[in-house]
Design a protein around this ligand. Structure first.
Ligand code: SF4
Length: 399
């Protein structure tokens, strides 16, 4: 295993399809699966469709045909992340003793990069877990209680565009549901497979995705907003967070200019934007993808010359749509492939006109009413937030 997990999957790639098949063949367990935002615009490429083809419904149908007991959406986890992360941003901006700028923390490749090379800047990382891990913690607590299944008897699978997510689910602290149930061996997410591995599984079981009728995600934990969907592109987390920060600060829906926030869109390596949010003032943000670009911004933060309150970092060029677990119609992925995937995630966002923002997701409202109370509550902190580890000494030891 490489020291710094390779976000593009070029250095190491572990196969986990056999574990999924073993779980599916075990009638004693409830096997649920979550699918990341980015896989719905890439899986089709493994079945001969053009880059970026939207296969959301066919992917759900294919997973049901494989035998999963519930097919759920990581976008629900993304909406939860936004509720927590936007609330954290408001706190940090209003209370200057907190470290600003706030850094996003949903990309495990980026988080590990900070832990190894910039541990002095870890206080800037949002304490929010990634959508995958928030989803996992809620699945084995709230979902398990609602469905009356013991968390021990749930196998939680994630389909991700990302090889770093395999490492993330194994981090020792990612067992919040197990701690709550006094079953510390229970992991929040048990198995992560990449988009390519899902395609292999479908082919192995003789499932022709193209021939299936589209199906809907199951409930609960299957609903998304448009904001949850655009998590898969560079700038999408920032845009999603600012939509909800606007609402949290004003109790109003954000203006159209923030629902299509062009300054944070596109493949430019570093993007900057400002948003005027009543009650919060002018919020300056930056968006960065690729770790080389990250170094420039981090140098400014270290020198205390960073003018931003919030920065989104993604390790992979283009964000998760360009992740190391994605289909390799071209290697490395070209910008044309990336742009096709990005365009269709934005299309899915605008296809939900009454639900562009995370706070408009009814299942999100429900989980707060029934389980978490409110963002940053004691319950939310225990399940949805995490801590980071200074790994710089491991780096020195290996040299
Ligand atoms: Fe994984 Fe997305 Fe980060 Fe790439 S950008 S390492 S795919 S989380």
């Amino acid at each position: 295993q490489c020291t710094l997990w390779c976000p593009t999957g070029a250095i190491t790639e572990r196969q986990d399809t056999a574990k999924v098949l073993a779980a599916l063949d075990n009638p004693a367990v409830h096997v649920l699966v979550q699918t990341a935002p980015a896989t719905r615009v890439s899986l089709g490429e493994e079945f001969g469709l053009p880059p970026g083809s939207i296969v959301q419904g066919k992917q759900v149908a294919a997973l049901k045909a494989l035998g999963f007991d519930a097919v759920l959406d990581t976008c629900f986890g993304a909406d939860l992340t936004i509720m927590e992360e936007a609330s954290e941003l408001l706190e940090r901006v209003k209370q200057p003793e907190h470290s600003l700028p706030q850094f996003t923390s949903c990309c495990p490749g980026w988080v590990k990069f900070v832990e190894y090379y910039y541990p002095d800047l870890m206080p800037h990382l949002s304490s929010c877990k990634s959508p995958q891990q928030m989803f996992g913690a809620v699945a084995k607590t709230y979902y398990a209680a609602k469905k009356q299944i013991s968390p021990e008897n749930i196998v939680s699978v994630a389909v991700m565009p990302c090889t770093a997510k395999k490492f993330e689910c194994q981090r020792p602290e990612m067992n919040a549901a197990g701690v709550e149930a006094k079953l510390p061996a229970v992991r929040d997410v048990d198995i992560v497979i990449t988009t390519r591995e899902l395609a292999q599984l479908l082919k192995k079981r003789g499932i022709d995705m193209n021939g299936l009728a589209s199906a809907e995600y199951d409930s609960i934990l299957g609903e998304t907003s448009g904001a949850g969907i655009i998590f898969g592109v560079t700038g999408g987390v920032m845009e999603a967070a600012v939509r909800t920060a606007y609402h949290l600060s004003t109790a109003q829906d954000p203006p159209d200019s923030l629902l299509t926030w062009n300054p944070v869109r596109g493949l430019q390596g570093v993007k900057e934007a400002t948003a005027d949010i009543p009650g919060l003032g002018t919020v300056r943000v930056a968006v960065c993808h690729g770790l080389k670009n990250a170094r420039e911004l981090l140098a400014a933060v270290r020198e205390k010359k960073a003018p931003w309150q919030f920065i989104e970092f993604m390790a992979c060029p283009g964000g998760c749509i360009g992740g190391g677990g994605q289909p390799r119609t071209s290697l490395p992925p070209t910008d044309e492939v990336r742009k096709a995937r990005i365009a269709n995630l934005y299309k899915l966002d605008t296809a939900l006109p009454a639900k562009r923002s995370s706070y408009q997701n009814q299942e999100i409202r429900q989980v707060y009413q029934e389980w978490l109370k409110e963002p940053l509550s004691e319950e939310a902190e225990a399940l949805l937030h995490t801590r980071f580890v200074d790994r710089s000494n491991q780096l020195t030891a290996k040299r």
